[in-house]
Design a protein around this ligand. Structure first.
Ligand code: MLT
Ligand code: MN
Ligand code: ZN
Length: 323
């Protein structure tokens, strides 16, 4: 009778999340590596899948997208992801990418910005410490302000994600996690590689309309009480899957560094992420930023079975999630 009495059934518009790159720095295979995994994936051995470097893309509407980290493989990732291609009806120059949000200053997370030159407007979001790194490297001036504004993310203060004249309809909250400064910023003369506020952050991305959120934490040294409290009961977490065991790079003769020294928690062990998350009641747990040394990259390995058994998924390039 009256239009006001009728309401269409509430239509769900789930958020889109795409894993653009699921490997850690160096990718999989890594260009100069002859470890068992890299040799196997190059040879096309069943159970091994190539992976590009660490990045996600997220969208509220499936039209406008934000990158979460910008990896050195971004050009390939865009080419492999039709949703990130220029809309053919949008004029000679266009990109669905309206923002890039950075979680640290690592090479695998910032170098892709260089692929986004060519006078295309979008916003770069990062902590003050990561923005300082970008400012100190003059090559990033190819992304000239004001076309590409660099926006400082204050920690623990959710903000509305926007860029290229577009409101993405998502909020983002950045928070400090245990970690360390980027490798190339380490002070070689000291032994102080410890966490400093904002060197490594995690992100909580929320769709305020649908009241859905996920966490993205591709680098993390430890799940301390504060972080555990934040993640308790979360629906979906993408988490640092760099190493399976803390000393695997040393044992394989690849690099004389533990995961702890690199600022990465391991999957296994009493201090590992599998154990830490077992008490947190998270709905969906997905490893990303997986290093080429990680035995879980072999689908048929005992490590992979352990992960599967603990209810984790191993992220892969092209993985899509609707939330
Ligand atoms: C890391 O995740 O620890 C870094 O990406 C390592 C690197 O810079 O190669
Ligand atoms: Mn990395
Ligand atoms: Zn390797």
């Amino acid at each position: 009778m009256f239009a006001a009495e009728w309401a269409p059934p509430a239509e769900r518009h789930p958020m889109h999340i795409k894993v653009l790159g699921s490997a850690a720095g160096g990718g999989f295979p890594q260009w100069n590596c002859n470890c068992r995994n890299c040799v196997s994936v190059r040879a096309g051995t069943p159970g091994f899948r190539a992976r590009t470097q660490s990045s996600l893309a997220v969208s509220r509407d499936g039209v406008n997208w934000a990158l979460l980290n910008a990896s050195p493989d971004l050009r390939q990732q865009i080419n492999d992801t039709p949703a990130l291609h220029p809309n053919p009806r949008a004029g000679l120059r266009h990109s669905p990418i309206k923002a890039a949000v950075l979680t640290n200053g690592d090479v695998d997370h910032i170098i892709g910005l260089i692929n986004l030159r060519e006078a295309q407007p979008f916003s770069v979001y990062a902590s003050d410490r990561v923005l300082a790194t970008i400012r100190a490297n003059s090559v990033f001036q190819v992304l000239a302000e004001p076309l590409v504004p660099r926006i400082e993310m204050a920690l623990d203060q959710p903000f509305q994600l926007e860029g290229g004249g577009t409101d993405l309809g998502l909020t983002v909250e950045a928070f400090a996690v245990p970690g360390k400064v980027a490798l190339y910023l380490e002070d070689k003369s000291s032994t102080n590689f410890g966490s400093r506020e904002g060197d490594t952050i995690g992100l909580k991305v929320t769709d305020p309309l649908e009241k859905k959120s996920f966490f993205y934490i591709p680098g993390c040294a430890e799940i301390d009480e504060e972080l555990a409290g934040r993640l308790q009961g979360a629906s979906t977490v993408f988490f640092d899957g760099t190493l399976f065991t803390d000393n695997e790079m040393i044992e394989q003769g690849l690099l004389n560094k533990t995961g702890a020294r690199m600022g990465h928690i391991s999957m296994s062990g009493p201090q590992g992420s599998i154990a830490a998350f077992s008490k947190l009641g998270v709905g969906r747990l997905i490893y990303v930023h997986i290093n080429n040394s990680n035995p879980a990259l072999d689908d048929n390995s005992p490590a992979r079975k352990a992960i599967d058994g603990a209810g984790w998924e191993v992220g892969y390039d092209g993985m899509e999630i609707r939330l």
